[in-house]
Design a protein around this ligand. Structure first.
Ligand code: A2H
Length: 252
């Protein structure tokens, strides 16, 4: 972990009712997969959520009505940031693994797709963020490659029981970057000849590039702020999500 605290937008991806299987006991609550992101302006292009199949998660009470699914580590951090039903003490209603979450239908703020699904990503770190990531394949090389892996490897889908109807069909263009177009992650993965989600070093390079270019040179091509610079609208979108209660600020 870095020396400087990192401030994330923690996005509330709501689990669509009725709750089945492992989530049954949570009936009557509002349950969210809470995804940590540094790029709230990209949320229009969400195609699915990512969970770590063997990751340990819990359903934690944030207040009287809301339950967040995330790692215990994140629940403890949140409790010290005033997001727990009992002050400074996380209360876990249900222990879960990533396997239990794969296939959950979700409604996510700003997403142009109405219902998206939780899918497996093998490179999620459990010591960063919430252990849940929202997938924006247009602008995140990691997301693009993890989705690519699932698409081209039927055995990988079978291993995790991923059904075809959970898979996104298209990438949604949301930001234009001169010289990169409007599917920047795809272009960067092709340019750097990235082969899979496990291609760590190249992905780190691609991630840096997209993050920097997106922020300094990107223009929105979708949503309320179409035509405006990413740099300009990023803080506005972040504030709107917080004020509407669709996300909270989370630091670590
Ligand atoms: B970002 P940093 Cl479009 N494990 O959100 C792996 N990756 C994680 C994670 C975890 N536990 N928690 C968060 N992340 C991802 C959007 C996005 C992101 C775009 C482009 C780049 C990008 C959609 N996914 O990140 O190590 C989340 O993905 C590149 C910087 O704290 C989060 O933001 O710098 C980012 O990594 C946080 O990474």
């Amino acid at each position: 972990e870095g020396v400087q605290p990192q401030e994330y937008t923690l996005l509330k991806m709501e689990v669509v009712k009725p709750f089945t299987g492992k989530l049954g006991p949570l009936e009557g609550k509002r349950v969210f997969l809470a995804a940590a992101t540094l790029r709230p302006e990209t949320l229009y292009g969400q195609t699915n959520a990512w969970v770590l199949p063997d990751g340990k998660y819990g359903a934690y009470e944030i207040n009287e009505t809301d339950v967040f699914v995330l790692t215990e580590r994140a629940a403890l951090n949140l409790a010290y940031q005033n997001f727990s039903k009992i002050p400074q003490k996380p209360t876990c209603l249900l222990e879960l693994t990533g396997h239990d979450l794969i296939g959950l239908p979700l409604r996510s703020p700003l997403a142009v797709i109405d219902i998206i699904y939780a899918l497996p990503m093998l490179t999620i770190l459990t010591n960063k963020g919430s252990g849940i990531v929202t997938c924006v394949p247009s602008d995140s090389p990691d997301d693009y490659m993890a989705l690519h892996d699932l698409k081209v490897k039927p055995a990988l889908r079978a291993k995790f029981g991923v059904q075809d109807e959970w898979m996104p069909t298209d990438i949604i263009p949301i930001i234009n970057i001169p010289g990169y177009g409007d599917r920047t992650a795809e272009k960067v993965c092709l340019d750097l000849k990235i082969k899979s989600q496990n291609d760590k070093e190249k992905l780190a390079e691609g991630k840096k590039l997209v993050y920097l270019k997106g922020f300094t040179e990107g223009t929105m091509i979708i949503g309320e702020f179409a035509g405006r610079k990413v740099q300009e609208v990023k803080p506005i979108i972040k504030t709107q999500l917080i004020e509407s209660g669709e996300a909270i600020l989370y630091s670590e």
